[in-house]
Design a protein around this ligand. Sequence first.
Ligand code: 5AD
Ligand code: SF4
Ligand code: FES
Length: 377
Amino acid sequence: MPGRLFSLKCAEEKRIKTDRRSLNTAYKVICMDYFKLVDKAYREHELTKDEIMRLLDPKSDEEEAYLFQKADELRHECVGDWVHLRGLIEFSSYCRRNCKYCGLRRANVSLARYRLSPEDIVAIAHEAALLGYKTIVLQSGEDEFYTADIMAYIIKAIKKIADVAVTLCIGERSYEEYKIMREAGADRYLLKFETANPDHYQKMHPDMSYKNRIDCLLMLKDLGYEVGSGDIVGLPGQTLEHLAEDIMLLKELNVEMAGIGPFIPHPNTPFRRAAGGTLEMTLGMVAITRLMLPYANIPATTAVGTIHPQGRQKALMAGANVVMPNVMPAEYRPRYEIYPSKICIGEQPAHCRMCIEGIIRSLGREVGRDYGSYRGR
Ligand code: 5AD
Ligand code: SF4
Ligand code: FES
C-alpha cells in the first residue's frame, strides 16, 4: 500500500518538523535575556506570550528580584505611593454556582449560609466610611435573592449617607440588571475570569460558559463601570501558558483593576487534595501585570496574605497598590469561607483598619485619601 506508507511518512516528517519548531521556540524562550526583557516590558508595556512565559520562569534570585524592582518602580511612577483601601462587605454567602475550587459552591452543604438585610449592609458601609474607607465593595456569592432593584436601593442608600465609591462583586447578571445598578450609582464592578483559557475554564466551571463570562465583562465596560477582572494562580491543571494567557487577556480587556491571588485548596471541594498556588508565582504575576498595565489598580489580595505572613507586603512591593480589608463584623467572617485559614477571621473592622495602616506606613507608603479611581485616561 504505497499510498498509505507515503502519507505515514509525510505525517512523520510533519511531526518531526513541528517538534523541531517547538524545540526551537522553547530554546529561544530559555535564551531570552531576562533583564532585557524586563526592561522592554517596563518601557513598552507589550509582551508576547512566550516572553511572558519567560518572565514567569526566572532562573535566579537576581532575575526575580529585578522583575519585582522594576514593577515597583513603574507602580511608583504611574500610580504613586498611595495605597487605596477598599472596605469589603461580604453580604451573602449563598451561591447558585459550583466553581470547583470555591468553598461557597452550592454543593458544599456543610456551610452555614447567611444573608444580610439591606439595612444591615448600609449600616456596615456607614461604619466603614467612618473608619475612613473611600470605597465600599459589596461582594456575595451569586445570590439572586438580591435583585438589581434591591441592589440599586442599597447603592443609593450608601451613597446618601457616605462619600464613597461603590464597587460590586456579585457575579454574572443581565445587561439590564447591570444597567439598573450602574444608574443607581455603582462605580465599579469586579468579575474575575479566573482563567483565560476556555478549555481550562470549562474544567473549573463545568456548568458555566466562558463566552458569557467575557460577554459580561464587555457589557460592564460598555455601561461605563470601572472593570476589575483577574485570575487564580495555581489552579489544578493550570500551565505556565495559561498564566501568560491570563495576563494577555487582562491587557486585551484593558481592565482598570487586576486581581491576582493564589489558589488555596478548600476541604469541602473536589480540589481538597490539590496543591495550592505559590507565593513566587503570584508575585511574578502581579509584577508582570503591573509592567503590562502601568495604571491599573492591583490589589495585594487577602489570599496572598493567607499563604504567607508577609504576602500582602511583598505584593505591595512587587507592583500592587490596593488592599481590600474586610469590614464585616467578626461574627460573620468564618461563614464566608471561600478558602480556609483566611487572615483577619476573628478581627473587628476597626482593628483591621489600624493594622493595615501600620503595614502601609511600614513600607514607606501612605493610605490613599480619595476614591482611588483609575487614572490611566
Ligand atoms: N482559592 C483562592 N481564591 C479563590 N476564589 C474562590 N475560591 C478560591 C480558592 N479556593 C476567588 C475567586 C473569586 C473570588 C471571590 O475568590 O477568584 O472570584
Ligand atoms: Fe460562587 Fe464565586 Fe465561589 Fe464561584 S467563586 S462558587 S461564583 S462565590
Ligand atoms: Fe485584618 Fe491585619 S488587616 S488583622
